[in-house]
Design a protein around this ligand. Structure first.
Ligand SMILES: [Zn+2]
Length: 104
């Protein structure tokens, strides 16, 4: 499996990406917790990467804005309605991935 250049460009253009502990400060609301509990084994998960969507005036209308990826009014189901910050974690015991998010 390979990651396409197009995907990497979209990621780079739309998100600030921070690895490790420093990412928990990148948020639209309260800071993300320094650790979370693993939903599979109960172990401790530590911060892996943070993806915070950029919010610049000229990007609000960008078609790649995550909130616009699905039209939740038509598709139904739940989906973020605003710019998001996503914090991912790896479990120290089983490497399960957990994540937290919030919105602007
Ligand atoms: Zn685990």
């Amino acid at each position: 499996m390979s990651i396409s250049k197009k995907f990497l460009n979209e990621l780079d253009n739309n998100f600030n990406i921070t690895f490790g502990d420093k990412g928990t400060k990148n948020t639209w609301q309260a800071p993300f917790p320094p650790t979370v509990k693993c939903s599979k084994c109960g172990g401790e998960c530590r911060p892996a990467a943070n993806f915070t969507e950029r919010k610049k005036a000229n990007e609000i209308k960008a078609k790649n804005h995550l909130a616009k990826v699905h039209n939740f009014n038509r598709d139904g189901g739940l989906w973020p309605h605003d710019f998001v910050a996503i914090q991912t974690y790896f479990c120290k015991k089983c490497l399960n991935i957990e994540s937290e998010y919030n919105q602007a």
